[in-house]
Design a protein around this ligand. Structure first.
Ligand SMILES: Nc1ncnc2c1ncn2[C@@H]1O[C@H](COP(=O)(O)OP(=O)(O)O)[C@@H](O)[C@H]1O
Ligand SMILES: [Mg+2]
Length: 365
């Protein structure tokens, strides 16, 4: 066992009757890493997490944690603890009693117990709250107490199933940062389930993007966003304009794609492993397509008409109709100095420009 493969998931499948909740999943999680399982509802995230915890038995495959095969190890003997979305804390107990709950069988003296609980309260920035009733807490505080209770036993791995799902947006964003800091502080490996792309991007060292029971791509947030290898991942993490076509020429880190709708698009971006004639999409992120009110004199561009713009305050999404193309092209612009509020949606002619480096070649689905 190395730190690289602290958790090893090998060919794991879980079938419920005809449903393949997890379908031949293989990857490793590093020691001390904040690792997210990201995917749409029903893709198998919770099932995989429950197999790590020992609450479900794999139909096939093996799981190792810290070099130890987990097959014969019941949940309560595994070096893991789990935190759920519906913070399962006891409303009739105090905060301190809730946090100390997992220690009650450890035969500690009262002083030792109090010390551990105080340390845990410090960790979640709730020193002095020990005597409070758990039913007197806000949602965010309750979730912190659930975390402290899970961490007090110092598990090697903390499994978190959409733990911030019940919180409103502002609190959720604040807790994302707090949880990330907490993980760095305790150095425990976190495996975090979410269906929220931004949450996974904000918090994780690495992300496994899942779909239909499979782990499609595993990488760090920046690489997954900037160099996706599948159309699903490109679209799920953020938004993408796809221009479908086939490779016209490729070589020397450069390719041209003959698209079916908008002529030829050049790419000097990632993913050059294609051959002439391959069906691909030339994919460009909205923020990499800029609107110009004058016809460019050089570089790559296409002409279009502003169809609509959605003003979002800090930025705007502008939809551009391009002749020959069915769906409008989406661009995103920052509202710096009021730029976004001046675009309008009145069908006037504009040009979209982009850099060839930002064009990502992807296989077609
Ligand atoms: N105990 C179960 N019995 C039958 N089907 C299940 C069970 N648990 C999960 N499933 C199915 O397995 C698939 C994956 O579920 P789940 O792991 O909960 O997805 P996620 O957490 O990504 O939303 C879904 O189709 C779900 O209905
Ligand atoms: Mg789930």
């Amino acid at each position: 066992m190395s730190d690289e493969s602290f958790i090893s998931i090998k060919n794991i499948s879980k079938h419920f009757g005809d449903v393949r909740a997890c379908d031949d999943i293989t990857f490793d999680i590093r020691r001390g890493e904040f690792f997210a399982l990201l995917g749409p509802s029903g893709c198998g995230k919770t099932t995989l997490l429950r197999m790590l915890a020992g609450f479900e038995t794999p139909t096939m495959g093996e799981i190792f944690i810290d070099g130890q095969p987990m097959a014969a190890i019941p949940p309560y003997e595994r070096p893991v603890n789990m935190v759920f979305q519906s913070y399962a804390i006891f409303p009739h107990l105090s905060v301190a009693q809730n946090i100390g709950f997992g220690l009650r069988k450890d035969k500690l003296s009262k002083a030792e117990m109090d010390k551990k609980v105080d340390e845990a309260l410090d960790l979640i920035a709730m020193a002095g709250y020990g005597g409070r009733g758990a039913d007197e807490l806000s949602g965010g505080q309750r979730q912190r107490v659930a975390l402290a209770r899970a961490l007090i036993k110092k598990p090697k791995v903390l499994l978190l199933d959409e733990p911030l799902g019940a919180l409103d947006k502002k609190l959720r964003e604040q807790m994302q940062l707090e949880l990330r800091d907490l993980q760095r502080e305790v150095g425990i490996t976190f495996v975090f389930v979410t269906h929220d792309q931004e949450e996974a991007l904000t918090m994780s060292d690495r992300i496994a993007v899942m779909r239909d029971g499979k782990a499609l791509e595993i990488d760090g947030p920046v690489d997954l966003y900037e160099k996706p290898k599948t159309p699903f991942c490109a679209d799920f993490l953020g938004t993408m304009n796809f221009f479908e076509g086939s490779i016209d020429a490729i070589g020397g880190g450069e390719a041209t794609v003959k698209t079916t709708e908008v002529g030829t698009i050049k790419s000097t971006g990632p993913n050059m492993n294609f051959s002439t004639g391959d069906a691909v999409s030339a994919a460009i992120r909205p923020e990499n397509m800029k609107i110009s009110f004058d016809k460019p004199t050089s570089g790559s561009f296409m002409e279009g008409k502003v169809r609509a713009s959605a003003f979002l305050g800090d930025r705007a999404h502008v939809y551009i109709n391009v002749e020959g193309r069915k769906d409008p092209v989406l661009t995103a612009m920052q509202n710096m100095g009021g730029a976004a509020s001046r675009v309008g949606g009145d069908d006037h002619t504009v040009w979209l420009t982009w850099s060839d480096e930002s064009v990502i070649l992807l296989p077609q689905e």
